[in-house]
Design a protein around this ligand. Sequence first.
Ligand code: PLP
Length: 394
Amino acid sequence: MDLDRLISPRAKSLDASGIRRVFELGATMNDPINLSIGQPDFPVPASVKDAAIDAIREDRNGYSMTGGIPELRDRCASWIASDLGWPDASTDAGRSELGVAVTSGTSGALFLMNMALLGPGDEIIIPDPYFVAYPHMATFAGGRAVRCDTYPDFRMTAERVEPLITPATKAVLLNSPANPSGVVMTQAECRELLELCRAKGVLLISDEIYDEFCFDDAREDFENGRKCPSPCREPGSHEDTLLIRGFGKTYGCTGWRMGYIAGPPRLVQEIAKLQQYSFVCAPTPLQWGCMATFEADMSGPLGDYATRRDLVIEKLGPYTEVARPGGAFYSFIKVPERLGMTGKQFFEAAVKKNVLIIPGGVFSEQDTHFRLSFATAKLRLIEGLDRLAELMAS
Ligand SMILES: Cc1ncc(COP(=O)(O)O)c(C=O)c1O
């Protein structure tokens, strides 16, 4: 069989080599200090595990409605209402103003959002550096991702986005707290970006998969407490933003593939329709499991991550530029210019010291930085940071 003839140009055009190379290398290393991992290092809370196990045992294993079991959809809706002040879509009145749907992971939501918005010639503006899937998802949908250069502070400000908006622009995709930098926008920056999108008639999409991992110094005071800044906290934002959130990173269940979206009902219905003919629904027993997340207290892991963030800045800050992460569990660190190395060359040098990081070129058009994940036990992290500091000082 001539597979080369059969396989689509779409599949062939994808280059999986960046991340794959890191994983392949990791597999050959002897007990590496792995600072490349993009998922939390704590177990799923017992109450959340129990809720999923109970659902499996009680035979709640069939398909759910495309938009999720009504119980979880309503729980997400009432949480969004109390957190963001958006209409409460768990009530009849709120449902006419806001659509909410449970999706197969945040990736599922991002994929379907691109499919719902983009066609040939359409553009979506994404940050650079970006979460690795962003550009490809736009391409799958037949559109194009336009990269907004956010170096050196990794803030996707209105000023940086404005020159990129053209008649082909359908949406702007914001990710705060960000992967790979951990940078959190201020509320004023979020407001300006939303105002720009409103003025230009484009949709603002807010990927808030790390919203719960927002450190106290990046939070701001709102009427309902100290919260992570978000364009979705602006008055009336439910009419012109699409919110994407997830459970995987916050509760340590990335393998469960659970996320949700909220936004204008017409758009959410289109996305749900696409879900019906692709993912069908999010895994039903795990939807029941996620019901218990709303009562889980994650302040312990959040405090741990803030301490580890401080360690990264303390150990590497003296040698290079480290944009202070306000959330998530990543830092995007510049290879000291003095070394004259690309991100890839620095990554190779780190591998020789048995430390695994990810070269910045995997997340960006330029290869001047590397991503370090601090979702690693504290003592291992310190050891890894010391070895990277040694390399930087050499
Ligand atoms: C910014 C961002 N968005 C979305 C995702 C995908 O998350 P999920 O595992 O829920 O699909 C990730 C995962 O790393 C991410 O970093």
